[in-house]
Design a protein. Structure first.
Length: 270
């Protein structure tokens, strides 16, 4: 994977295909693997760029000047500048949508279109914020993700009925065990706290272009339920697509449906 140095740290990214650029923003605790089916489908017609989150995959630790989602948006913009990319079609899932929307609002001239997937631009509800912070404290104290926590965290990302013996589920569960103490303490936990203490920017959503924005959500997404996506689509005035048989990582749970929806949308807007 190529690497860019941003805020003094190495940011690894995938750069595949040619044509109009599609920038894919990933979920917390997932590497670029979460987009494997989309990279394959989209790179036939588009240049697909997928940066790895700090502390994830091969990317370096969270840079010191990273205090908010606005900083993640600024860093993604710095990557585009280094690659001399003027405009992108941005597809962000979960935290990828959180910083992606901020990038689109801060630099609308750089954006052709935006797809917000399984994400929410409001603040984290206080009850879930406190819950996630308690998990971060347990991880911090243990210097690892303890075995019992694996069975708490992994199911959050999938539809309730997923087969826990499936390769998709097991591979993700194993990936949670692979983080070193250093990665967890320097990047994963601080990045998590930054994500879940984010500011509410729902009032800014009407500033997004309703004609070139799409909201998508897994019908069975638990952490980012469809009601949140409905609220955002209404504020933007754009279309909403609910993804059947999918939870939070809809790109992997129903890749064919997601690919078709993205290809259809991009054919009209890229």
């Amino acid at each position: 994977m190529p690497v860019a140095v941003i805020d003094g740290q190495p940011l690894h990214y995938i750069d595949q295909g040619t044509g109009p650029v599609v920038l894919l923003g990933s979920s917390y605790l997932w590497t670029s693997d979460m987009w494997t089916p989309q990279i394959e489908a989209l790179s036939q017609q588009y240049r697909v760029i997928v940066p790895e989150l700090w502390g994830h995959g091969e990317s370096g630790p969270l840079p010191a000047p990273t205090h908010s989602l606005d900083d993640l948006a600024r860093q993604a913009l710095a990557l585009l500048d280094q690659l001399d990319i003027k405009q992108v079609n941005l597809v962000g899932l979960s935290v990828g949508g959180m910083w992606g929307a901020r990038l689109a609002l801060a630099a609308p001239e750089r954006i052709n279109s935006v797809v917000l997937m399984d994400t929410y631009l409001g603040a984290e509800p206080e009850e879930t914020r406190q819950y996630y912070f308690s998990l971060f404290k347990m991880i911090e104290d243990a210097g690892a993700i303890p075995e019992p926590l694996l069975d708490v965290i992994a199911p959050i990302f999938f539809r309730p009925g997923i087969d826990h013996e499936s390769a998709l589920y097991q591979d993700f569960r194993k990936s949670l065990q692979s983080y070193s103490k250093k990665q967890l303490l320097e990047s994963i936990v601080p990045l998590g706290r930054l994500i879940f203490s984010r500011e509410d920017i729902l009032t800014q959503l009407p500033d997004l272009d309703s004609d070139t924005t799409l909201v998508m959500c897994g019908e069975q997404d638990k952490p980012r339920p469809p009601a949140e996506s409905e609220e955002m689509a209404e504020l933007i005035g754009c279309s909403l697509i609910l993804i059947p048989d999918a939870g939070h990582i809809s790109s992997r749970e129903n890749p064919d449906f997601v690919n078709e929806a993205l290809l259809t949308f991009l054919a009209n807007h890229a």
